[in-house]
Write a protein that binds this ligand. Structure first.
Ligand code: F3S
Length: 415
């Protein structure tokens, strides 16, 4: 890889040993991916947290190894707009949870250091719903696969899928290796998916994403024939695409900023394959994530990826004046700024008066803090991972059906 003088000097230690290590990670990764150069990045979304879940905590070894990365990292100011991915719990929950003291203390230390370094400690899997909205063509370095697909496909920004070290290294050095969807030629669609099913809810869009993710693997699909998605639809589509397969971007003809037409998405070439997503495929995707042995439910999870204020408002207004069925939990996951807005506007109170819980900075599957036998959720990603990570039966359905299940304690077919 050819480095600029500035990059070479950084690698030689001009900005200290930690940044030299960071740029070496990026160069080694780039070499492995056959990148020819490092290019400037102006927007990052990194995992800056002590990992661990709310059941077992992190363990001292994990805490030590996280702090070995985060302490030196936070001694350097970030180079650009840098938000952060989820953590294990919001600090206002620390009193309610039984986390080992050493994990809580380490995380509080990270919060203070990282804030001083300029990281915006947003702790969300959906940075675009709380104001991190890069522009078309902007080079980014984002962690969280669902957000990566959203940035590339809906915003027209450019990011490969980042991990912990590469996200932090990009934020601190201001560079990323140029490969994959950062290059025009790798953004073209090769798989055409004709959408003939009617997509009536965001969860239907999730079903499309789950289907396309499985079908495409690492290809770039283009959707033809679907109606225009709203933000909530796009959020479900992108999360499910990254769950069903290893997709980094898709095109929706007429919606993706660089794909005004199907021909443009395909780069003027014919697709290598064309498949159809019709009513039977739609039904099949729902069936794959309905693993229940009974219709009595104990838990409802909404806000995967993290809910927008609009979604929180709709949930609140649906629940206003009602109460959850005895013994049923409703967890609505969101970023803290969304909860702060919902509190100010009265929506948070409507949800908590009905018996629901606004869960911030993480989600039940990620935190594994959920004692559930049978959950209903509107997010394909949550349903897919909950099956194994929290070992529960799952039922996927759209938001209103989930809320009806929360109010009655029974799921009745709404999909
Ligand atoms: Fe976010 Fe958890 Fe879903 S991290 S994308 S709410 S599985």
């Amino acid at each position: 890889m050819k480095l600029t003088d500035e990059q070479q000097q950084m690698m030689d230690g001009s900005k200290g040993p930690f940044l030299a290590k960071c740029i070496r990670w990026l160069v080694e990764w780039g070499d492995a991916m056959r990148a020819k150069r490092l290019i400037p990045v102006t927007n990052t979304h990194a995992l800056v947290t002590v990992p661990g879940n709310l059941v077992w905590g992190a363990g001292q070894k994990t805490i030590d190894s996280a702090m070995e990365l985060l302490r030196p990292a936070c001694q350097h100011p970030v180079c650009c707009h840098s938000t952060t991915h989820i953590t294990f719990a919001h600090e206002e929950q620390y009193d309610e949870i039984e986390m080992p003291e050493e994990q809580v203390n380490a995380q509080l230390e990270v919060m203070e250091m990282a804030t001083d370094a300029g990281f915006l400690m947003t702790h969300t899997c959906a940075p675009y719903v709380i104001g991190n909205v890069p522009l078309k063509g902007e080079i980014c370095a984002w962690t969280e696969s669902s957000a990566v697909v959203y940035a590339n496909s809906i915003l027209g920004a450019r990011t490969t899928r980042h991990g912990t070290e590469s996200g932090i290294a990009a934020a601190l050095t201001g560079f990323v290796p140029e490969f994959g969807v950062l290059l025009d030629e790798n953004r073209l669609a090769t798989l055409q998916i004709d959408v003939t099913a009617e997509l009536r809810t965001p969860t239907d869009w999730g079903a499309l994403g789950y289907f396309a993710g499985k079908a495409a693997g690492l290809e770039v699909p283009v959707f033809q024939g679907a109606t225009r998605p709203l933000q909530e639809d796009a959020k479900q589509l992108c999360a499910a695409l990254a769950t069903g397969g290893g997709i980094t971007m898709c095109h929706i003809a007429g919606v993706t900023p660089e794909a005004a037409t199907l021909e443009q998405a395909l780069g003027g070439k014919p697709p290598q394959r064309t498949i159809t997503f019709g009513d039977s495929e739609l039904r099949e995707m729902y069936n794959q994530l309905r693993t229940h042995s009974d219709e009595a439910i104990d838990t409802v999870i909404l806000g995967c990826p993290h809910a927008s204020l609009q979604e929180v408002a709709e949930i609140a207004l649906y629940l206003k004046g009602k109460h959850l069925a005895e013994g049923v939990k409703l967890w609505v996951c969101m970023a803290y700024p969304t909860r702060a807005n919902a509190e100010r506007l009265g929506y948070a109170k409507m949800i908590s008066d009905a018996g629901g819980y606004l869960f911030c900075d993480t989600c039940p599957t990620n935190s594994m803090r959920l004692d559930a036998k049978r959950i209903v959720t509107a997010g394909f990603k949550q349903a897919h991972y909950a099956r194994n990570m929290i070992k529960t039966e799952v039922i996927i359905d759209h938001t209103k059906a989930c809320l009806d299940a929360a109010l009655t304690g029974r799921w009745s077919h709404g999909g």
